[in-house]
Design a protein around this ligand. Structure first.
Ligand SMILES: NC(=O)C1=CN([C@@H]2O[C@H](COP(=O)(O)OP(=O)(O)OC[C@H]3O[C@@H](n4cnc5c(N)ncnc54)[C@H](O)[C@@H]3O)[C@@H](O)[C@H]2O)C=CC1
Ligand SMILES: O=C(O)C(=O)COP(=O)(O)O
Length: 656
C-alpha cells in the first residue's frame, strides 16, 4: 500500500493566515467573573519546521478544541533560563465558560488579556513590579478562608507565603480560572497539592532565594540559645544583672546533628563547621558525596539524635516527618540536648517537647516555627523559660524577600504564559532543549488522541490506550511524559467536560479508569529527530469506522511530523497522508476511478473547501481509504450525499 499524493497545498499558507486573522478578531477577553484565557490551547509549531526548531519565539498557540484556531506569538524577552514556553497544557479554563468579546489583547504579549494575580501575603516590591508589568495585581492580606475563596474565583494566579492555607475549598472556588499557585518560599505544606493536581492547577515555589537567610537564622538561634541571649536581654532590660544565671555552653567541639541535609541543612552544616563544631547529618535521600565534601558524616536517625549535643531541624513537613520528634525520639536523645527548629513546627510533637524540657532531656529549644502559627498566647512551649522563640523569621531578610519575590513572580508569569517552570511542584519538569524538539510532536500527540477517540463508536467505554513511539533513539533518550499527557488530553477532552493538562493528565486518566500504556520501538531513522512516528491504539472497543480497526482488533492510527506539521499517516491498516488541520472525512470505498471527483463535487456544492486529499488502498481496484481534509464542517446534506455514493462503503466525519 502506498500513500497517494496530497493535493491542493498551494493555497494552504494563505488560508491559514486568513484563519489566524479571523480568530484574532474574535479573541476572548475577560470580566472578573469570567476566565480570561481562551480555552485549552496546545502548542503548535509555526508553519516551517526550521523556524520551529531554531527558536521557540516562533512557536504559536492554536486553540484546538474549537474549529477556530487562535494564533499567538510568544515574547521571550524576559524568560527565565530555567523555564521555557512550550504549551498551554497548563491552561485549565473550561471552554463553556469562556466569554468572547472584541479583543483588547493586542498589547499584552503572549499573556493575552492581563491576568489577575492575587497576592495574599507581603511580597517584596521588586517581585510586585515584575508581576505588575504583565498582570493586574491585587494585594489583599489577612483574608479569612471565606474571603479568599470568594476572591479566588476572579483570579488566574495566587501568590502566598507560609501564612495562607490553600485548601481544597480554595481550588474548588478557583476552578475554571485559577491556573497557578505560587509559593513565595520553600515549604509547600500549606498548599493542598493533591487538590491542586486534581483541579489541574500548577503549583510553583521559590526554592532557592531564602536558603541562606534560613541557614543564618538557624545559626543565629543556635548561638542565641547556647548563650541565653534572649533571656539575658529580657532580664537586663527588666533592670536585673544576672551574670551567673545566664552562663551558657560553648559550641566549639560539640556535635551538631543536622536533620534534613538539603539546601538549608547543608548551609547550616557549613557554617557550624566554621564555628568548630563536629557535624553529622541525617537525610535518607541526601547523597553521601555531597555530605563528605563538606566534611559531614551521614548517619541514621537514631544515631544522629543519640549522639548530638545540638540538633537542628531542616526537613520538610510531610506525612512521614509529621511529629517525628516525639516522646519516643526525645527518650533516645542525649540528656541536655539543645534543639533548633527553623523547618516546620509540625515535625515536633510540641506537647512531647514541653515534657522533654520539663524533664531536662532537652535543655533548651530555639524555635522559629510552630504547629499553629501564630501559637496561642498561653502556649506552654512558647512561655517555657528554656525556649527562645521567633515568629517564623527564617526567610525574613531584605535580601531573601527581594530574591524570593522575583523568583516567584517570574515563575508565576511563566506558568501563566504556558511555560513549564523548573520550580513546578506538581508537574514533571522537562528540560528546555527537550521541550523545544518535542514541540511539533506535542501537537501531533493531542490530535491523534482526539482523532482516535472519535473513531470509537458511541457506548463503547474506553479502558485501554497504548501509545507506540517509533524512534531511532534509545528508550532512555526520549522523555515522553509530555506526549502521553497530550494523547490523554486528546482522548478525554472530546468525551467529557474535564480540561486535561500536564498537571492533571495522569490523575484524570486514572480517575476515569483509562489505562494509558506506552511502548518504544527503535527504528532505523534519523536520530536527529526525536521521533519517527506516534501510534495511538484503543483496544477492546467497537469502531464507528470499521476500517480503522487494525489486525489486532484495536483502533489504530499513526501520525508523523512532516515539515513541522502533524500528519495522519495510517488509519487501521491503510496508509494515508493528510495534514492534521481543520476537519477530516474518512471514506472507505471500492478502489475505482472518479471517486475523488464525486466526493469533491458534493463538498464543493455545499461550499466546503477541501484542503487535502489522500488515498490509501490495499491493492489495485480493491479497497481504498480516502482521507479528505476540509476547512468547514459539511452539513448533513453533504454527508448524506457522500454516504449515498454507491462505491462508498463507510465514512466518518472527524473534528480535529
Ligand atoms: N523558617 C523559615 O522561614 C524557613 C523554613 N524552611 C523550611 O526548611 C525546609 C528545608 O528547606 P530546604 O533546605 O530549602 O529544602 P530542601 O528540599 O533543599 O531540603 C530538605 C531535605 O530534607 C530531606 N528530608 C526529607 N525527608 C526527610 C526525613 N524524613 N528525614 C530527614 N531528612 C529528610 C530531603 O531529602 C532534603 O534533602 C523547608 O521544607 C521549609 O519547611 C525553609 C526556608 C525558610
Ligand atoms: O520558605 C519557607 O519554607 C518558609 O518557611 C518561609 O516562610 P515565609 O515565606 O516567610 O512565610
Amino acid at each position: 500500500m502506498k500513500p497517494s499524493l496530497a493535493r491542493d497545498q498551494r493555497n494552504r499558507k494563505s488560508r491559514k493566515k486568513e484563519k489566524a486573522k479571523k480568530k484574532k478578531e474574535s479573541m476572548a477577553s475577560s470580566a472578573c467573573t469570567k476566565p480570561i484565557f481562551p480555552s485549552s490551547f496546545t502548542l503548535s509549531s509555526s508553519s516551517s519546521s526550521s523556524e520551529s526548531k531554531s527558536k521557540l519565539s516562533h512557536v504559536s498557540f492554536i486553540k484546538s478544541t474549537s474549529t477556530l484556531p487562535i494564533y499567538r506569538k510568544l515574547s521571550h524577552a524576559n524568560l527565565s533560563k530555567r523555564s521555557l514556553a512550550v504549551n498551554s497544557v497548563l491552561k485549565t479554563v473550561d471552554p463553556s465558560e469562556t466569554s468572547v468579546k472584541s479583543s483588547k489583547s493586542e498589547n499584552v504579549g503572549s499573556l493575552g488579556e492581563k491576568p489577575t494575580i492575587l497576592v495574599s501575603e507581603k511580597l517584596g516590591e521588586a517581585g510586585l513590579e515584575v508581576l505588575r508589568s504583565l498582570g493586574h495585581v491585587e494585594c489583599a492580606y489577612d483574608l479569612s478562608q471565606e474571603e479568599l475563596c470568594s476572591k479566588i474565583s476572579c483570579c488566574d494566579a495566587l501568590i502566598v507565603r507560609s501564612g495562607t492555607k490553600v485548601t481544597r475549598e480554595v481550588f474548588e472556588a478557583g476552578k475554571g480560572r485559577l491556573k497557578v499557585v505560587g509559593r513565595a518560599g520553600v515549604g509547600i505544606d500549606n498548599v493542598d497539592l493533591q487538590a491542586a493536581t486534581e483541579f489541574g492547577c500548577l503549583v510553583v515555589n521559590a526554592p532557592t532565594a531564602n536558603t541562606i537567610a534560613a541557614a543564618e537564622h538557624g545559626i543565629a538561634l543556635l548561638a542565641a540559645m547556647a548563650r541565653n541571649i534572649a533571656q539575658a536581654d529580657a532580664s537586663t532590660k527588666a533592670g536585673k544583672w544576672q551574670r551567673s544565671k545566664y552562663v551558657g555552653v560553648s559550641m566549639v567541639g560539640k556535635t551538631l546533628a543536622v536533620m534534613g541535609f538539603g539546601k538549608v541543612g547543608s548551609e547550616v552544616a557549613r557554617r557550624a563547621k566554621g564555628l568548630g563544631m563536629h557535624v553529622i547529618a541525617h537525610d535518607p535521600y541526601a547523597p553521601a558525596d555531597r555530605a563528605r565534601a563538606i566534611g559531614v558524616d551521614l548517619v541514621s536517625f537514631d544515631q544522629a539524635i543519640a549522639t548530638a549535643d545540638f540538633i537542628s531541624l531542616h526537613m520538610p513537613l510531610t506525612p512521614t516527618t509529621n511529629k517525628v520528634f516525639n516522646d519516643d525520639s526525645f527518650a533516645k536523645m542525649k540528656k541536655g540536648v539543645r534543639i533548633v527548629n527553623v523547618a516546620r513546627g509540625g515535625v515536633i510533637d510540641e506537647d512531647a517537647l514541653v515534657r522533654a524540657l520539663d524533664s531536662g532531656i532537652v535543655a533548651q529549644a530555639a524555635l522559629d516555627v510552630f504547629t499553629e502559627e501564630p501559637p496561642s498566647k498561653d502556649s506552654k512551649l512558647v512561655q517555657h523559660e528554656n525556649v527562645t522563640v521567633t515568629p517564623h523569621l527564617g526567610a525574613s531578610t531584605k535580601e531573601a524577600q527581594e530574591g524570593v519575590a522575583i523568583e516567584i513572580a517570574e515563575a508565576v508569569l511563566g506558568a501563566l504564559k504556558g511555560e513549564l517552570s523548573a520550580t513546578a511542584v506538581n508537574a514533571p519538569m522537562v528540560a528546555p532543549e527537550v521541550l523545544s524538539e518535542l514541540a511539533p510532536y506535542v501537537v501531533l500527540a493531542e490530535k491523534l488522541g482526539r482523532l482516535a477517540v472519535q473513531l470509537v463508536s458511541g457506548g463503547s467505554g474506553i479502558k485501554s490506550v497504548k501509545v507506540v513511539y517509533r524512534s531511532a533513539r534509545g528508550p532512555d533518550d526520549l522523555d515522553t511524559r509530555l506526549l502521553r499527557a497530550m494523547v490523554t488530553k486528546g482522548i478525554i477532552e472530546p468525551i467529557s467536560n474535564t480540561i486535561v493538562n500536564l498537571v492533571n493528565a495522569d490523575f484524570i486518566a486514572k480517575q476515569k479508569g483509562l489505562r494509558i500504556s506506552e511502548e518504544r520501538v527503535v527504528v532505523d531513522s534519523s536520530p536527529e529527530l526525536p521521533l519517527d512516528s506516534i501510534q495511538v491504539q484503543i483496544s477492546s472497543v467497537d469502531s464507528k469506522f470499521a476500517s480503522a480497526v487494525a489486525e489486532g482488533g484495536h483502533i489504530n492510527i499513526d501520525g508523523k511530523v512532516k515539515f513541522g506539521e502533524p500528519h495522519l499517516t495510517c488509519v487501521g491498516s491503510f496508509d494515508v497522508d493528510v495534514s492534521l488541520e481543520g476537519n477530516l472525512i474518512l471514506c472507505r470505498q471500492v478502489d475505482q476511478p472518479g471517486m475523488i471527483g464525486r466526493v469533491g463535487n458534493i463538498l464543493g456544492e455545499q461550499n466546503v473547501n477541501v484542503s487535502f486529499m489522500s488515498v490509501g488502498r490495499t491493492s489495485r481496484r480493491k479497497k481504498a481509504i480516502m482521507a479528505i481534509g476540509v476547512d468547514e464542517e459539511p452539513n448533513k446534506q453533504a454527508l448524506d450525499n457522500i454516504g449515498a455514493v454507491p462505491a462508498i462503503e463507510e465514512f466518518v466525519f472527524l473534528k480535529l
